[in-house]
Design a protein around this ligand. Structure first.
Ligand SMILES: Cc1cc2nc3c(=O)[nH]c(=O)nc-3n(C[C@H](O)[C@H](O)[C@H](O)COP(=O)(O)OP(=O)(O)OC[C@H]3O[C@@H](n4cnc5c(N)ncnc54)[C@H](O)[C@@H]3O)c2cc1C
Length: 463
């Protein structure tokens, strides 16, 4: 654990959910037979994860639901929230200590993202930092020394914000068919032309992790070849760059955009890793992103459920709290168990991801130390492929289950509120609008089902 994080973590002493005094409890739960307890079961988490939850929740407490209501309504970027997290070093939670990060894993970063969403910040709060946490992972692993030293510390400090430019209107989920091109010029620079869509935070970002084709599709052996990853400046003063904000259903505090490139010039040293290997490089971040998004969905689900339970305890109709009706209580109890199951899947996947990264790093170390006993064998390669599928299955399953559990919790929270579920001030309508995002992005439910059908059930590929 890095010094920075250690400092941040030990500063916090307040429990995540304040215990309710006996007096308060008796007032607020007049009709209830049992005292409220924190919703999520905390057993099984590491001490570090608990400390992350505790410390991040303290920062989030400075940004109450009214802050997020206003920013959602006004479509205003939560700049001060991003700055508060950056100030205490949280944007570098999963980046190497040598670059100013904390050197923690995706298990801790997932807990951070869950805590943010659960605080009431929802998907908007999480998305305001999401790309900074995960899109920088491929950069940290494959970037050149000058790129690491020049970019990562600025991202960790919050000076530069990052967005992730992959999705295109004409390719959709078929990423390998994206058509944005980066043409190499005689002086080594590139010219980018094409269109990206749904790019979160492009309006406020200084940098974009851009996936573009550097070799035409008809000139490569496999569609996964010929794509390259760049970390580029979004310099609005230069010709050939334009963006247009998309009006959207939820998470309105963060911008989503169409981004247009027309012969936009980028220097040669913005290329990350080897030219033409961008797809393999970007895959490195995708499993991590599935875990983070699963955490964000869980946070939203628990936040909605907590609101629903509170309302069901307090709202009296027919001279009894509505929570006394099993038609209200049982769907909420069921939603709780779905969230708990998805939580186990999520943190299991995150742990597998961290274990896999540690194993891969150890092997790289042995290879670079020229240890002949550790030379890669065919068996090593086969093991690595099996591990990659196991990891993909775990991370995709976690994202799927967490997104579904969040949707169930958010929908039932709205319904438990009756008419008030539709009112802005009760927050559950905001959570409900936002809970569709984890079902759609970064990969849809259908594509995850396709993946499990093929990789686990050994069924023929359907696309
Ligand atoms: C709020 C938000 C933020 C986003 N942020 C970013 C970002 O920062 N950067 C970025 O690059 N992208 C971003 N995205 C894009 C997101 O990753 C895509 O929307 C998502 O991958 C789905 O792609 P698509 O919209 O093109 O759907 P399409 O590919 O058009 O698919 C439409 C529907 O058809 C289904 N479908 C397609 N093919 C098949 C098949 N073979 N089998 C079964 N079903 C199929 C899909 O599951 C889906 O339901 C964001 C999206 C949203 C909504």
């Amino acid at each position: 654990m890095g010094m920075l994080t250690r400092r941040v973590l030990y500063r916090s002493a307040r429990p995540f959910i304040q215990p309710v005094s006996r007096h308060d409890r008796s007032n607020s739960t007049r009709f209830s037979t049992s005292a409220p307890r924190p919703l999520m079961a905390m057993a099984g988490f590491s001490e570090t994860q608990v400390m992350v939850r505790d410390a991040v929740s303290q920062i989030c407490a400075r940004f109450p639901n009214t802050y997020w209501q206003e920013h959602d309504q006004n479509e205003q970027d939560p700049t001060d929230f991003h700055a508060a997290l950056a100030k205490d070093g949280w944007l570098g939670i999963a980046l190497p200590e040598a670059l100013g990060g904390s050197g923690l894993g995706i298990s801790e970063a997932t807990m951070m993202m869950q805590t943010i969403a659960e605080s009431g910040a929802g998907m908007a709060g999480a998305q305001s930092i999401h790309a900074n946490v995960y899109a920088t992972q491929p950069l940290a692993k494959f970037g050149a020394r000058e790129q690491l030293d020049g970019i990562i510390p600025q991202v960790v400090s919050g000076k530069w914000r990052v967005c992730f430019g992959v999705t295109e209107p004409n390719a959709g989920l078929d990423t390998l068919r994206l058509s944005t091109t980066a043409h190499k010029q005689p002086d080594g620079s590139y010219r980018v032309s094409g269109q990206k869509i749904w790019i979160t935070c492009a309006q406020v970002a200084s940098k974009m992790m851009l996936l573009a084709r550097t070799k035409p599709l008809d000139k490569v052996r496999k569609p996964s070849e010929g794509l390259s990853l760049f970390c580029i400046d979004l310099d609005r003063s230069q010709p050939g760059l334009d963006m247009r904000r998309i009006k959207k259903m939820g998470g309105r505090a963060v911008d989503a955009n169409e981004v247009f490139f027309d012969n936009y010039a980028i220097p040669g040293d913005t290329l990350v890793g080897e030219e033409g290997k961008g797809f393999r490089i970007i895959l490195h971040g995708m499993n991590a992103e599935r875990c983070l998004l699963a955490g964000e969905a869980l946070g939203l689900g628990y936040a909605a459920l907590a609101k629903a339970a509170e309302y069901a305890r307090e709202r009296v109709v027919f001279q009894r709290p509505i929570g006394k009706n099993q038609a209200i209580a049982h769907p909420l109890a069921d939603a709780y168990m779905r969230l708990e199951a998805a939580k186990l899947a999520t943190y299991h996947a995150a742990r597998l991801y961290d274990d896999d990264t540690a194993t891969a790093d150890a092997k790289t170390m042995d290879a670079t130390n020229d240890n002949p006993q550790m030379a890669r064998s065919h068996q090593d390669d086969a093991d690595a492929r099996t591990r990659a599928v196991d990891l993909g299955v775990a991370c995709n399953s976690a994202k799927y289950m967490a997104a579904e559990a969040a949707f169930t919790a958010c929908e039932r929270a709205v319904l438990a509120h009756g008419g008030m579920g539709y009112a802005l001030e009760y927050d559950v309508e905001r959570y409900f609008r936002e809970c569709l995002v984890p079902r759609i992005a970064p990969v849809s439910r259908e594509m995850i089902l396709n993946y499990i059908s093929e990789k686990v059930l050994n069924l023929p590929r359907s696309y």
